[in-house]
Design a protein. Structure first.
Length: 343
């Protein structure tokens, strides 16, 4: 892709805001009486925002696919892509491990820290990094064997496999002992490959989305109703809060990809400057927002404020402070390099 696609910047910006909404609503849902009006409002907002994660993986595939239609050096690709995120990921893992969610019985020399590096479990948003690294690792294979992987037949096959596997895990809760980065990468392989396919196989993606926009709208509406319905049903049936926050469902994947298409189509060129500038901080906001939200929520916990107004205040503060932190400290080159605040 020779020309910057600003619509992708816009989707990335909306998606990182949605990630903050997901995490903020989860804090309040955990402390709101089930099946009350506030509970339903928070739950719907939470589920509506869940397009963000599949959208991020689809964007990653789209941008990679647009830039690399072939390879002269796979080693150079790994060095440029993976090494860029490793240092900030390590630093933020240390920060969350020692200061935000500390465990007094552990240290940086413990097996727990090594586990958290491999899985992203030092904080609940960090799982994304090990998963995307695994997808980066197989990206050259996908491109080299595009006649196999970038075909409608393969994506239908992958969609069926992911539907069966994610549905089994979601509805039946099997105990599977496996490093979480592996299933997380697998669950997001479909949107990742769809992004690559869109960039390499659809010559005019903007025209394609515009022509098919009615289908994107229908699929978005139906899949949203399904993810709201199935989460409420399973929570009502089991009483387990995990069903309100579980991300790994095929309905969420479909919803995320279709909503990304809607945002892509709704983008206007007059937004170029602001969307590209703000979205350039999305990586830093991804890392820092949980630390900020966690500390903001200490006040609301202490005051026992879990109403919708408190939710709106905490969400607004988290967004403003996350952007402010990333914008201000990205101006210091060393800090920006260490923390990955600005792309």
């Amino acid at each position: 892709m020779d020309k910057r696609d600003y619509a992708i910047d816009f989707i990335r910006l909306v998606a990182i805001l949605a990630v903050i909404v997901i995490h903020t609503t989860t804090y309040f849902l955990d402390r709101t009486a089930p099946f009350t009006p506030n509970f339903y409002v928070l739950h719907v907002i939470n589920q509506v925002s869940r397009f963000a994660v599949p959208a991020f993986f689809a964007i990653s595939g789209y941008l990679l696919g647009a830039r690399y239609s072939s390879f002269t050096s796979v080693t150079a690709f790994y060095k440029k892509r993976i090494s860029k995120i490793l240092l900030p990921y390590f630093i933020w893992t240390v920060i969350y491990f020692l200061f935000i969610f500390p465990n007094p019985k552990t240290s940086l020399l413990s097996i727990f820290f090594i586990r958290d590096i491999l899985t992203g479990d030092a904080s609940y948003q960090l799982y994304f990094i090990p998963a995307i690294i695994l997808l980066y690792a197989i990206f050259p294979i996908i491109v080299k064997k595009k006649n196999i992987f970038l075909t409608g037949r393969f994506m239908i096959f992958l969609g069926l496999v992911e539907t069966l596997s994610m549905s089994y895990v979601y509805f039946f809760e099997p105990k599977i002992d496996i490093i979480s980065a592996i299933p997380n990468a697998f669950y997001n392989l479909l949107p990742f490959i769809l992004g690559i396919f869109a960039s390499q196989k659809i010559l005019d993606f903007k025209a394609f989305v515009k022509e098919k926009i009615i289908y994107f709208k229908i699929v978005s509406a139906i899949s949203l109703l399904l993810i709201i319905g199935e989460s409420i049903f399973m929570f009502s049936k089991t009483g387990k809060p995990m069903y309100l926050r579980d991300q790994w469902r095929i309905t969420v994947t479909i919803y995320g990809v279709s909503v990304a298409g809607l945002f892509y189509n709704s983008y206007r060129s007059s937004w170029n400057k602001i969307s590209s500038y703000l979205s350039s901080f999305s990586f830093g906001i991804f890392f820092v927002h949980v630390a900020i939200l966690h500390n903001i929520m200490k006040f609301f916990y202490g005051a026992k404020l879990y109403d919708l107004f408190s939710f709106a205040i905490s969400l607004t503060l988290t967004i403003i402070l996350s952007f402010a932190f990333s914008i201000v400290f990205s101006k210091v080159k060393l800090i920006n390099k260490l923390l990955g605040l600005k792309a």
